[in-house]
Ligand binder design. Structure first.
Ligand code: G3H
Ligand code: 13P
Ligand code: ZN
Length: 326
């Protein structure tokens, strides 16, 4: 195999057909982040078992962690594994929060079927120019591109944003027509990480800005919208982490009913990373505390993988509505 590889040779699909079906069907495609073998196995197995289309995504940091050559074969292996299980679910390999043209190009060249170029922190015209440059290259290879307008609070692009800047609906038509993106990430009150809101114990988290989402949908009817920072920060895991030596006071996320409402509208890709991290960490902490003499990684990583399968099935079936849609 030469250094350059097209995603179709790895058995992957781009997001075009997936999103068209999701927009029509009123559900969202799950986009789960992964960094290692167990996470990828769990995501793929759970999506095969629930018959859900899936986007497996890696950040720049994850790509550096896993190695880009290793990733290519992991993705190819994941596709083969589910086909051997008898499942035909569509699988997309996506770059999450690409920050330069060069990184996006390198991902296109190494078998990704979709890339995000995140110029959301740049002045508008620079965001347009950078996004356009990525689209021109990616589309030559039939790779889909996600752009972003509006900034989410939390860590985005390795830049810590204190406050979110909501997407301005009056900009979206101009941005999409000038750049040619295939989907658009917007900011309506979600944020990255496990501490999404600063609220007093017992207080309900604020409601997402569905009014902005509605306006965006009106401006761009039928266009695929993406929601980042969409973990629910499952409290059962936060409690397990705290019980078994961790310290995650005040961790809180987006309530599931709000995500379901978003998935039923123009939102057709929902990004989930933190919930997966919490599940893995909770189970590893619990296992190692209860089995202090155990030192076989298969034991504690196996427990983590089992829990992640449970979590992904739950999300697909009851939050995103993607189960049975492959
Ligand atoms: O949006 C950010 C994702 O959760 C990836 O995080 O850069 O730590 O891999 P990371
Ligand atoms: P969470 O931190 O809410 O899981 O968001 C992940 C994300 O948006 C990845 O791009
Ligand atoms: Zn994100």
């Amino acid at each position: 195999m030469s250094d350059k590889v097209h995603y179709s040779d790895l058995g992957l699909e781009n997001t075009r057909a997936m999103f068209a079906k999701a927009v029509d069907g009123g559900y969202a495609i799950p986009a789960y982040n992964f960094n290692n073998l167990e996470q990828l196995q769990a995501i793929i197995m759970a999506c095969a078992e629930t018959s859900s289309p899936v986007i497996v995504q890696v950040s720049k940091g994850a790509r550096n962690y896993a190695n880009s050559t290793m990733l290519r074969y992991m993705a190819m292996g994941a596709v083969k594994m589910v086909r051997e299980m008898g499942s035909q679910i569509p699988i997309c390999l996506h770059l999450d929060h690409g920050d330069t043209f060069e990184l996006c190009k390198s991902c296109v060249d190494s078998g990704f079927s979709s890339v995000m170029i995140d110029g959301s922190h740049l002045p508008y015209d620079e965001n347009v120019a950078l996004t356009r440059q990525v689209v021109e290259y990616a589309h030559q290879h039939d790779v889909c591109v996600e752009g972003e307008l509006g900034v989410l609070a939390g860590i985005e692009d390795e830049v810590q944003a204190e406050k979110s800047t909501y997407t301005q609906p009056e900009e979206v038509v101009d941005f999409v027509s000038k750049t040619g993106v295939d989907s658009l990430a917007i900011s309506i009150g979600t944020s990255h990480g496990a501490y999404k809101f600063k609220i007093k114990p017992g207080e309900p988290p604020p409601t997402l800005r569905f009014d902005i989402l509605k306006q965006v949908e009106k401006e761009l009817p039928g266009f695929p919208i993406v929601l980042h920072g969409a973990s629910s920060v499952v409290q059962e895991y936060v409690q397990l982490i705290n019980r078994y030596g961790g310290k995650m006071e005040g961790a809180i996320g987006i309530p599931e009913d709000q995500l379901r409402k978003a998935a039923a509208s123009a939102v057709c890709k929902i990004n989930i990373d933190s919930d997966g991290r919490l599940a893995v960490t909770a189970k590893i902490r619990e296992y190692l505390t209860n089995n202090p003499s155990e030192f076989d990684p298969r034991k504690y990583l196996g427990e983590a993988r089992k829990e992640l399968i449970k979590l992904v099935k739950h999300k697909n079936e009851t939050v995103l509505g993607s189960a049975g849609k492959a």
